[in-house]
Write a protein that binds this ligand. Structure first.
Ligand SMILES: NC(=O)c1ccc[n+]([C@@H]2O[C@H](COP(=O)([O-])OP(=O)(O)OC[C@H]3O[C@@H](n4cnc5c(N)ncnc54)[C@H](OP(=O)(O)O)[C@@H]3O)[C@@H](O)[C@H]2O)c1
Length: 338
């Protein structure tokens, strides 16, 4: 079978290539999936560039890609509740990437039946951004209906899902940032207020939020605390670590001490503002994807697809996503010639 592999850390064109490899062997708890579509996330290009080497360091060459939709071909001896022929979607775990491939073997606990009403490309666009949204806004922020949230980059792959989920599932009052060329369609996703970042400094609005969902990092993380109501929280997927981060990546004592020290300024800023700060990595979770499929089947959230590339065009697809201006998700379809 064919799969995309990273052979070295660096720029996409030089680091990624196609490889012909044997079909994966199946552990007892795994299912073998014939991949029909995969979606790209910024973590894929950050991993290729070597920015995540301290967190994810598989032996190279290594398979890449997290999100996929496809049909189950075989199931391991211990798998219950999933069978051959079933259409599923998944987010592969950090320890075993590989969705940019014709076949993928993954533990059944990370897999769920795909939303019935979506195409393979649409279903593949969902897992990572949906799990990130739920693990951030529900598990950590514990969002309550009626609360006010600021979501940065509402037009991105993550933001376009988070805006819809926050508005139509959690019942939040949503403000988002987007460029003026994207502001109208982001408002149609469900944002109550769109601040055009190329025309206005979002920090100058006289608005206070219960939650800031920080997808940009840098000064956006630092500035978020001044925008909070007392008792509010910043949930970040791009900022510096929090105090839980070392445990999440199972860091040893030395790395934990270092991460703790790096986390200190942001944790201190949170405490000074009577706020909470969370920085987390998304975890794979098939049970959660089953719940998310119901939300999609009910039409409460719709996939937002920027573009679809054939498998042969995967490297161009990765470069397009890495450009940082996708409107929603970039998809690779294995079933088209390219
Ligand atoms: N748990 C995790 O650790 C986790 C999980 C998911 C995502 N992430 C991180 O979250 C970030 C966002 O992910 P994504 O999938 O949404 O990325 P993305 O799809 O590449 O985001 C691109 C979007 O960001 C918008 N944008 C760029 N600069 C902006 C600014 N200053 N203000 C507002 N919008 C801006 C762009 O709009 P224009 O084209 O109009 O500029 C574009 O629509 C990435 O850094 C990713 O690695 C982390």
């Amino acid at each position: 079978m064919r799969r995309l592999e990273i052979i070295a850390y660096g720029d996409i064109a030089r680091s990624v290539h196609f490889a012909e490899v044997p079909e994966p062997t199946l552990a007892d708890d795994e299912v073998l999936i014939r991949v029909e579509a995969a979606s790209i996330n910024p973590i894929d290009t950050k991993f290729i560039n070597g920015h995540l080497r301290r967190i994810m360091a598989p032996t190279l060459p290594a398979a890449i890609g997290f999100d996929a939709c496809g049909h189950i071909e075989k199931v391991g001896a211990a798998v219950r509740g999933l069978g051959p022929g079933e259409r599923v979607y998944l987010r592969a775990p950090r320890q075993k990437m590989g969705s940019f491939a014709e076949y993928l073997a993954v533990a059944a606990r990370f897999v769920a039946p795909a939303p019935r009403n979506l195409s393979a490309a649409e279903a593949a666009s969902i897992p990572l951004v949906a799990l990130t949204t739920v693990q951030g806004l529900v598990d950590r922020a514990q969002a309550e209906p009626g609360q006010r949230i600021l979501i940065h980059a509402g037009s991105g792959g993550l933001g376009s899902f988070a805006v819809q989920y926050a508005k139509h599932v959690l019942g939040l009052v949503v403000t988002t940032t987007a460029s003026s060329r994207n502001s109208d369609w982001v408002a149609r996703l469900g944002a109550d207020t769109v601040i055009e970042y190329d025309r206005e400094d979002y920090r100058r609005r006289d608005a206070r939020y219960d939650i800031v969902f920080d997808t940009l990092g840098g000064e956006t993380t630092r500035d978020a605390f001044a925008l909070l109501r007392r008792g509010g929280c910043v949930v970040s997927v791009a900022g510096p670590p929090d105090w839980q981060f070392a445990r999440q990546i199972e860091a040893g004592p030395l790395k934990s001490a270092l991460l703790w020290a790096i986390a200190l300024p942001m944790e201190w800023r949170a405490r000074r503002n009577g706020a909470r700060y969370y920085r987390f990595l998304t975890e794979s979770d098939g049970a959660r994807l089953t719940e998310i499929a119901e939300v999609l089947d009910a039409g409460k959230v719709k996939p937002v697809i920027d573009s679809v590339f054939g498998f042969d065009q995967s490297i161009a697809a990765l470069e397009h996503q890495a450009g940082g201006h996708a409107k929603g998700k970039v998809i690779i379809e294995m079933t088209t010639a390219g």
